[in-house]
Ligand binder design. Structure first.
Ligand code: AMP
Length: 291
């Protein structure tokens, strides 16, 4: 595996790969790699000849009171894990390499209809930071494919809209959520949880599973179901629920009720102390039930 810290060195290597007719995949991450990230890399390796993983904790997607400084940085362990997976290139740029223009930086603005709701409402400016850094990474690496996780469902929808509206010739792959044995979606932020909070945490994924079960068995009252789920989360120990909604899987518009064969996604963020746990469940095959 080759480590690239500069844009010029990774560009010239990628140019060589391209000239040899090789298909290139990019897996963008903020590091502190876990099995969720590694699953994206395995998918990328099945789809491409050369896989580049980027590790960059992107300052522009963090709000002023968020955890940019605290965010876990574990470069040596990450590098080792990537070596073991035989990743071809690791791109690990400094902030000054990615944002060299001090005050003259352009940004890519995410579409408001997707970025002003849910995560975007809780974290103003977050998705503009995401689209800007992902566009930069795409410009630098010019991948044929890029793999992202369903874990960040709204992020994927925003990136997909950017790729389509700017005609970027990149195939996006949305990889399934990797979970711990008790159902908790793996996340670098899970390590902020105390032991007691960690025991409560899987209630979130269990609740989403329960909601999906209700939809599958024909309960169509999305609003009532979500209100009930919200109460259940608080009763079982969560400190706050930022949102829990059943949404159209494409537009992310909240649904009051489901029509037969509608693709829906259940999206939720609940808090344990100051830690926000993000989860979702895609329900693409909810057929009309008895109720
Ligand atoms: P992050 O390092 O948190 O920015 O995540 C980098 C990529 O890994 C994003 O595309 C995430 O959606 C994805 N990812 C994070 N957690 C998981 C998970 N538990 N399962 C699958 N993909 C994940």
């Amino acid at each position: 595996m080759t480590l690239f810290e500069s844009i010029s060195t990774i560009r010239s290597k990628i140019q060589q790969w391209r000239q040899a007719g090789q298909r290139i995949a990019l897996v963008p991450t903020m590091g502190n790699l876990h099995a969720g990230h590694l699953s994206l890399i395995e998918i990328a390796q099945q789809q491409a000849d050369k896989v580049v993983v980027s590790i960059f904790v992107n300052p522009t997607q963090f709000g002023p009171d968020e955890d940019y400084d605290q965010y876990p940085r574990t470069f040596e362990a990450d590098r080792l894990a990537l070596e073991q997976l035989s990743v071809d290139g690791l791109f690990f740029p400094a902030v000054s390499e990615m944002y060299p223009l001090e005050g003259r930086e352009a940004k890519v603005v995410a579409p408001e209809v997707l970025s002003g709701i849910y995560e975007g409402a809780s974290r103003p400016g977050h998705f503009d930071g995401v689209t800007t850094v992902v566009a930069k990474l795409f410009q630098i690496t010019q991948p044929d494919i890029a793999v992202f996780g369903q874990k960040d469902y709204q992020q994927f929808a925003v990136i997909q809209a950017m790729v389509e509206s700017l005609f970027m010739p990149i195939e996006l792959i949305r990889a399934p959520i990797v979970r711990d044995t008790d159902g908790l979606a793996l996340s670098s932020r899970n390590q902020y949880l105390t032991q007691q909070q960690r025991q409560i945490a899987p209630v979130l994924s269990n609740t989403l599973e329960w909601l999906e079960g209700e939809l599958v068995s024909g309960n169509r009252g999305c609003k009532e179901l979500c209100q009930l789920a919200h109460r259940m989360l608080l009763e079982k120990g969560f400190d706050a629920v930022d949102y829990i909604d059943i949404c159209d899987a494409n537009s992310l518009a909240p649904l009051a009720s489901l029509v037969p064969d509608q693709s829906a996604v259940i999206m939720a963020v609940a808090r344990l102390g100051t830690t926000r746990l993000l989860d979702n469940r895609l329900c693409t095959h909810v057929t009309e039930g008895e109720g």
